[in-house]
Each structure stands twice: as C-alpha cells, then as structure tokens.
Ligand binder design. Structure first.
Ligand code: NAD
Length: 349
C-alpha cells in the first residue's frame, strides 16, 4: 500500500481521513502543529482500530511542526525514505478556516494557507513527490452563481479565507500545466462537513473558537454555551435562515480515499470535485433535526447577518458520483446523532 503524508492530520477532517486510510492499510505520516487539535486523537484512532486490526502492523508516524517550516517538512520526507517507505502522495488539510477571522486578520490566512502550501509544494517537488489532494472549499464559488454550484461555476469568493483557497487551486493548476514533471493534483471543494465518527471517539474538538454552526449546536445542547446565535432570519429562503449542503464527516473521509485512488491511477491527472450530498437544509432544519433525534433542546436567538456569509450553498454532485463511482451514504439524522454522541463523550455527559 502507498505511503501518504496528511498535513493537518490531527484536525477534524484530517483525523477521519487518517483512520479511513489506515483501515485500508496505507502507511500514514502526519504533519501538524496542533494549533487547533490534539495529539490525543491518535490514541482514539488506535482504540477504534484495536478490535479489527493488529495495532503493531499499523504504519502511523506523527510529526509535530509547522508546514511553513521547510526543514521540518524535509525531515519527514527524508525519514520516510530511510524507512524505505517514501512519501508517495500528500493530502493537504493543514490550514486556517474561520471566515470572520480571515476578514479581520487576512495576513495570517495568506501566510498559513498560501505560504504554507507553497512551502509544502516546494519540498514535495525537491523530494520527487508530485501527487497532492488539497482541501479546498465551496467558499471559492461566492454568491454570484445559480445553485446548485457545479465545478464550472464562477469562482469569486467573498472573503479572504476563500481567496486563499482559490489561489492555492491556481498554483496547483500551474503545476499540472507545467507538464514536464507530471504532477497529479486534486482539489476537493468541501461543502459543510459535520458529525463525527459513529464510535463517538473522534470528532470536531477545536482548540480555537469554532465559527461553523455544528460545534456551537453541540455545545449549547451540552450546556457549555447558553444559546446559539443564528446569523439572519431575513434571507430569501423558506424559513429565512441560510441553506447549506451538510455532509457526514465519514463520507468526506471516504471521498478522499476514493479520490487519491483516482489520482494514483494515472501518470498525470487533475481532479476538481465538489464534495457534498446535493441536498440542502436550512439552519433551522438542522437544529430541529438535532433536537428530534437526540431529544435535547437548543436555545437560540436570531442576530444580524454575518459578513462573508451567503444565502445558499448547494453542491451539484454528478461529477463526483461519476468519477469516484460513489456517493455519500449518511443523512442529516446520522450527522446529528453521531455528532452528539461525540460531544457527550468529550464532556463525559
Ligand atoms: P481543523 O482546524 O480541525 O484542522 C486543521 C489542522 O491543521 C489542525 O490540526 C491544525 O492544528 C493544523 N494546522 C493549521 N495550520 C498549520 C500549519 N501551518 N502547520 C501545520 N499544521 C497546521 O480544520 P478542518 O475542519 O479539519 O479543516 C481541514 C481543511 O479543510 C482546512 O484546510 C479547511 O480550510 C478545509 N475545509 C474545512 C471545512 C470545514 O467545514 N471544516 C470546509 C471546507 C474546507
């Protein structure tokens, strides 16, 4: 099996990808500075795997450091080669993701997300590893398009975070077009991943203040926050709240497994895919479902719209289904149940 480096592999998305690839017997290297995650997640991954797999045979190598540090990245590639398990591909999840923070402090977003990616690509090139799958975002589409967004929709993000994602996509395009070195590049434009692994052992546990809605819902349900603030009830939607294409985190991890297989199947390839369910729900739908399936109450209050938000986001998923020969399997009830199971475990409810 192949040897893969996951940057940001301790984070919400990276940890689920890590588990999913370990289960397929990939050897995994992790590069993470733990700025928004914890090393403990790898104990939980081992715990999930212990019943079905021989833990001694798992190839999981964890490196603490920053992707903006070239020498740190080189060490990982060099040690992997010494182990006779050279890194053959990279899944690049490391990055900052809060839209509001990116508006108030754009420089740290350009530094982390763009400079960090350039640094990674430079080291990959030097070490002859030219296969990369990048965590992009539906934010690159902005609000000029008709919904659903297909992969050819207008790319016009309306916040700095989305702009950093789009710039990295363009850099990957340039590398692919350079031809000489035969890059395999992929970018997955995630819609709204939520939920947690059904074991309740891994999920989203941000060290920084979360900006997306799902951790807030879980924290209100758990009594860690008094109420949930909903940004606007005056949007032109059925109930006035924004619509999003929510996707189960385990399905998103599976999409990575399928995508990396597709990338490796050709000498040179470029993959641009939306990853969503193709169904959207309003914020109130999500809250109502969460309350119903988990038998809990969510206190909420409407507040004014937030800068950088758009009314609706919905994926056209035909291309994803055709290329990956797969579609997401879990529904919004599963997302709410699994997310709540995880939240209860981390606060010992
Ligand atoms: P996360 O914060 O849970 O994970 C990111 C990980 O990267 C963290 O473990 C963090 O410690 C690490 N990291 C950040 N900067 C780093 C650096 N310079 N060097 C090394 N490690 C660094 O976020 P996530 O939700 O898992 O998101 C992963 C990726 O997916 C991000 O790039 C994000 O922009 C993108 N994305 C996320 C969503 C979402 O809703 N969660 C949607 C679209 C795209």
């Amino acid at each position: 099996m192949k040897n893969i480096l996951i940057t940001g592999g301790a984070g919400f998305i990276g940890s689920h990808i890590c588990l999913s690839l370990l289960e397929e017997k990939y050897n995994i290297y992790i590069a993470d500075n733990f700025s928004n995650s914890s090393k403990k997640v790898f104990d939980s991954i081992r715990k999930i795997m212990q019943d079905k797999y021989d833990l001694n045979s798992i190839g999981l190598y964890i490196y603490e450091g920053d992707i903006r540090d070239e020498s740190f990245l080189k060490i990982i590639f060099e040690e992997a080669s010494k182990k006779q398990m050279p890194i053959e591909g990279v899944i690049h999840c490391a990055g900052l993701k809060a839209i509001k923070e990116s508006i108030s402090n754009p420089l740290i977003y350009w530094d982390n997300n763009v400079f960090g990616s350039i640094n990674l690509l430079k080291v990959m090139h030097q070490k002859n590893c030219r296969t990369i799958l990048f965590s992009s975002s539906a934010t690159v589409y902005g609000d000029l398009n008709q919904i659903p967004f297909d992969e050819y929709s207008i790319l016009k993000p309306n916040n700095p975070y989305g702009e950093t994602k789009l710039v990295v996509e363009k850099i990957l395009d340039n590398l692919f077009n350079s031809k000489i070195n035969k890059w395999r590049v992929g970018y997955l434009r995630y819609f709204n991943p939520i939920g947690a692994h059904p074991s309740g052992l891994i999920g989203e546990n941000p060290s920084c203040e979360p900006e997306n809605i799902f951790p807030h819902i879980c924290q209100v349900a758990a009594g860690l926050r008094e109420k949930l603030y909903i940004f606007g009830n005056d949007w032109s939607t059925s109930d006035g709240t924004c619509h999003r294409d929510y996707l189960h985190i385990v399905d998103l991890a599976t999409a990575h497994k399928k995508s990396i297989e597709v990338l490796f199947s050709k000498a040179s390839s470029k993959l641009i895919l939306n990853v969503g369910t193709g169904k959207s729900n309003s914020v109130l739908d999500l809250i109502n479902t969460f309350e119903k399936v988990n038998k809990v109450k969510i206190n909420y209050e409407f507040t004014s719209r937030r800068d950088g938000d758009i009314e609706r986001s919905l994926a056209k998923t035909d291309k994803m289904i055709k290329i990956l020969k797969w579609k997401p399997e879990r529904n919004i009830e599963d997302m709410c149940k699994d997310g709540w199971r995880w939240q209860k475990r981390i606060i010992n409810l």
